[in-house]
Design a protein around this ligand. Structure first.
Ligand code: UD1
Length: 387
């Protein structure tokens, strides 16, 4: 297997969409700190491109400018995935990398993994093995397929090992390293932006969170919640009810904003104590979540971040691929059940909600562990290939 060459090429590190950026930042830092690893090269597919979804996160996380931007932009799943593949292939030919490292479960993750594996370049998947068991989620398909073709799988929680074993992935490919997203959170927490500053900058009334200072933070963008008029109306109705108990700050994803306007649902928010602000940078979002009394979300990463911050989280999805956030953390999964959501909100506001504990190895050193392990793995592989 593999082409014989004296010096291994670089590590191509792929990002595409917002949730990739906070995972890649600590990895790049850890790789750059070692002399026994090939240099990292950052490739951005351009799946997310708006300043709000992209530039301000890069800045807040201290991510370097990508070495290469494939500028694919938005399209249907098939068109977007295909376009990423077409544009990533010449990058592989040009860089001849030692391996391709992908994170998470977005379309860019799968697209670049597929191109790499077919060119006999090993794929390293960070955040492997998470499963919602809901194949209507595009991310679940991306996870399942990426894990099948990855040569090395780094996991964030032990449930992932059970999932991967069930799918026939050999145990020697799988390594429990902890959570790189929490590396970013711990590194940046001291610089989190106070919520009042964030509101002011967004032109929102700071009184929204005055008076006791209790407020909730909302993120909502899953197709299952926002792409159909009925589903979105139902979700917004639940949020309106929660906002009667505590005001809500809602940095709204472009997909959600566009659909709210298209379906004529703006009034549902306007009539409630819900403050809509644009998508926020990393330090702003961290400040909002860290100071919130509760968080309502359908994001994957936010479930983990709230667990690490010990802030109660209500997840408006039927399933979670991150069960540790429920078992050990602060997460409560309520699906589309409005009564469950309101009961959880009441419990949080009356009694403080779940306190939880920080899961094993969510200690800020996951990327360092990956760098350490990968250095040994690449050396061993290079020696094997040369024989
Ligand atoms: C993607 C990921 C999802 C992740 C989310 C975080 C997939 C399958 N989904 O979903 O897992 O949780 O990112 O945001 O990869 N848009 C903009 N500006 C941008 C990017 C997108 O306005 O910079 C709008 C476009 O109208 C686009 C829509 O958002 O069509 C959806 O973007 P897309 O990247 O396809 O999916 P997300 O919903 O963002």
């Amino acid at each position: 297997m593999g082409e014989i060459r004296e010096m291994p090429g670089p590590i191509l590190c792929v990002v595409g969409a917002r949730p990739n950026f906070m995972k890649m930042a600590p990895i790049l830092r850890a790789f750059s700190a070692r002399h026994d690893l090939p240099e990292p090269v950052l490739v951005h597919t351009g799946q997310h491109y708006d300043a709000a979804m992209n530039d301000q996160l890069f800045a807040g996380l201290g991510l370097p400018k990508p070495d290469l931007n494939l500028e694919v932009g938005s399209a249907s799943h098939a068109a977007q995935t295909a376009e990423i593949m077409k544009r990533f292939e010449p990058a592989l030919d040009r860089y001849k990398p030692a391996c391709v490292l992908v994170v998470g479960d977005v379309n860019s993750t799968l697209a670049c993994s597929l191109v790499a594996v077919k060119k006999d370049v090993p794929v390293i998947h960070v955040e492997a093995g998470l499963r919602s068991f809901d194949r209507s989620m595009p991310e679940e398909i991306n996870r399942l397929l990426t894990d099948q073709i990855a040569g090395l799988l780094y996991t964030t929680e032990r449930s992932a090992h059970t999932n991967l074993a069930r799918e026939g992935i050999p145990a020697e490919r799988i390594h429990f390293v902890g959570n790189v997203m929490i590396d970013s959170l711990l590194a940046h927490r001291p610089r989190a932006v106070p919520p009042a500053d964030t509101l002011r900058k967004a032109g929102a009334p700071a009184e929204a969170i005055a008076g006791g200072g209790r407020f909730g933070v909302v993120t909502l963008h899953r197709p299952s919640n926002v792409d159909e008029p009925e589903a979105l109306a139902h979700a917004l109705g639940t949020l309106a009810e929660v906002s009667r108990r505590a005001p809500l700050i809602f940095p709204i994803h472009p997909r959600t904003r566009a659909n709210m306007e298209k379906f004529g649902l703006g009034e549902m928010v306007a009539g409630a104590r819900i403050v809509l602000i644009p998508p926020q940078g990393y330090l702003e979002m961290l400040g909002l979540m860290a100071n919130a009394t509760l968080v309502v979300t359908d994001s994957g990463g936010v479930q983990e971040e709230t667990t690490a911050l010990a802030v109660p989280c209500i997840t408006m999805r039927e399933t979670t691929e991150r069960p540790i956030t429920v078992e050990q953390g602060t997460n409560t999964v309520v699906g589309r059940d409005r009564q469950l959501a309101l009961a959880a909100a009441d419990e949080i506001l009356l009694n403080g909600g779940k306190r939880g504990r920080v899961p094993e190895l969510w200690d800020g050193r996951a990327a360092v562990r990956i760098a350490e392990h990968l250095a040994g793995w690449l050396t061993a592989r290079h020696a094997r290939v040369k024989v």
